[in-house]
Design a protein around this ligand. Structure first.
Ligand code: 9Z3
Length: 390
């Protein structure tokens, strides 16, 4: 299974030239295109792409084994609900079988839906579900009605409006093709499109020519794998596929000290609007928004100080060319330019969860979720992004 690493790393372009599109791509793309067109026709309607869940990397084409990325899909499913309640139309691009908006409240492990129900024996005249022999009605137990009702209402409202489109992926290849396709459709929304990239995307993959056809046999002893790097599609996404979109990526770290530097590096590298940093163990009650803007004098993209300043979206050209061409760069002018560059960090916390609570629970009493705070902040920023163009 060991493969040679002598080949060039994949660029985004060479990736899409060499790796086959997944089955069903056309059909899913068409659905996403239609959804975007429908909502584009509604004046002022904002559309968000929420990506959610982990991507797999199959080790065999008749897949028995695969590598996975950690994510239950909680962040994405929860956020999608809050975007809907803020009036957005939502494309929910998610890992097959991961959590989904609304039904996530009653996942089989956390809150099995059968536990909500009770059986009531009915008189022969009442309209009821028929069981074996006797006639019974199934009710939601009164103690659960209060929490279920608002969820059910929002769910029905969403169905009625048609404001949620769910599309599934499984492998990192599915994800990349679908992301490219939906981004192309959404680019026509200009600033009314937001990208909320919460899926946990593999950094490594096995190109199809290196994938074993059949189940890898264990009788050879150890298994060595050498994987190729997944191309950084965020760069063309920001700079070519949808230059006007409001783009939010997530940075996941397990070492808290790396969160801000890595988030800043991502902003500087891709030039998008916002990175949300989260630590694996603290992600349910603490995240950090990292943004970048250039001051007025740096390269023309900033708009002065104060609340109305436009967040910078441009990597200083001198750094950009240094990144592309190696290190041949005038360090003095690069430094001068970087000094004018500013980053801003904003921490969002569910304070009540700070002491001693497990990182895997929701807010106390199931009431407060950090995604509610995140989405409120984002809706604000997105509106400012739209207004800044006018
Ligand atoms: C995230 O960081 C998400 O917040 C989580 C959510 C995956 C932690 P859950 O679904 O977890 O609620 O269980 N997503 C992005 C992870 C990622 O792959 N980021 C890349 C990186 O960190 C950049 S795109 O390098």
């Amino acid at each position: 299974m060991a493969t040679s690493s002598s080949s060039q790393p994949f660029s985004t372009e060479s990736y899409f030239q060499t790796q086959k599109p997944p089955a069903g791509l056309e059909e899913k793309s068409e659905k996403m295109r239609e959804f975007v067109e429908k909502w584009k026709a509604v004046d002022g309607k904002k559309v968000v792409l929420v990506t959610s869940g982990g991507t797999t990397v199959p080790l065999e084409s008749n897949t028995v084994r695969f590598l996975d990325n950690f994510s239950a899909g909680t962040r994405g499913a929860t956020s999608a609900e809050y975007f809907l309640s803020q009036g957005y139309a939502v494309i929910f691009l998610h890992r097959l079988h991961s959590l989904r908006p609304f039904s996530r409240h009653y996942s089989h492990s956390l809150n099995p839906f059968l536990d909500l129900l009770s059986i009531q024996d009915s008189s022969p005249t009442s309209s009821s579900a028929s069981g074996s022999g006797s006639s019974s009605t199934i009710n939601v137990s009164p103690e659960y009605t209060k929490t279920l009702l608002p969820i059910l209402k929002q769910y029905h409202e969403t169905i009625k409006l048609g404001s949620l489109l769910s599309i599934e992926f499984q492998t990192v290849n599915d994800y990349l093709w679908l992301l490219k396709s939906v981004t192309e459709s959404m680019s026509s929304l200009n600033r009314y499109g937001m990208f909320y990239l919460a899926a946990a995307v593999s950094d490594f993959f096995l190109p199809e020519e290196k994938v074993a056809e059949h189940k890898i046999q264990s009788n050879k002893g150890t298994l060595s794998l050498e994987m190729d790097q997944v191309p950084k599609v965020l760069k063309p996404l920001v700079q070519e596929w949808t230059p006007e979109g409001y783009i939010v990526s997530f940075k996941l770290e397990t070492d808290q000290a790396l969160l801000i530097p890595k988030s800043r590096a991502a902003l500087s590298r891709y030039g998008h609007q916002l990175v949300i940093g989260n630590d694996l163990h603290r992600r349910k009650f603490e995240v950090v928004f990292v943004e970048r803007y250039l001051d007025q004098s740096s390269n023309g993209n900033g708009k002065g100080k104060g609340d109305d300043r436009l967040k910078g979206t441009i990597t200083p050209p001198i750094i950009e060319s240094a990144q592309q061409n190696g290190s041949d760069v005038d360090l003095n002018s690069a430094n001068a330019q970087l000094k004018k560059e500013e980053y801003k960090e904003t921490w969002l916390r569910l304070d009540q969860l700070k002491n001693g609570d497990t990182a895997n629970g929701k807010g106390k009493n199931g009431e407060v979720e950090i995604e509610e705070l995140i989405i409120k902040e984002l809706v604000d920023r997105h509106q400012r992004w739209i207004d800044a163009k006018q």
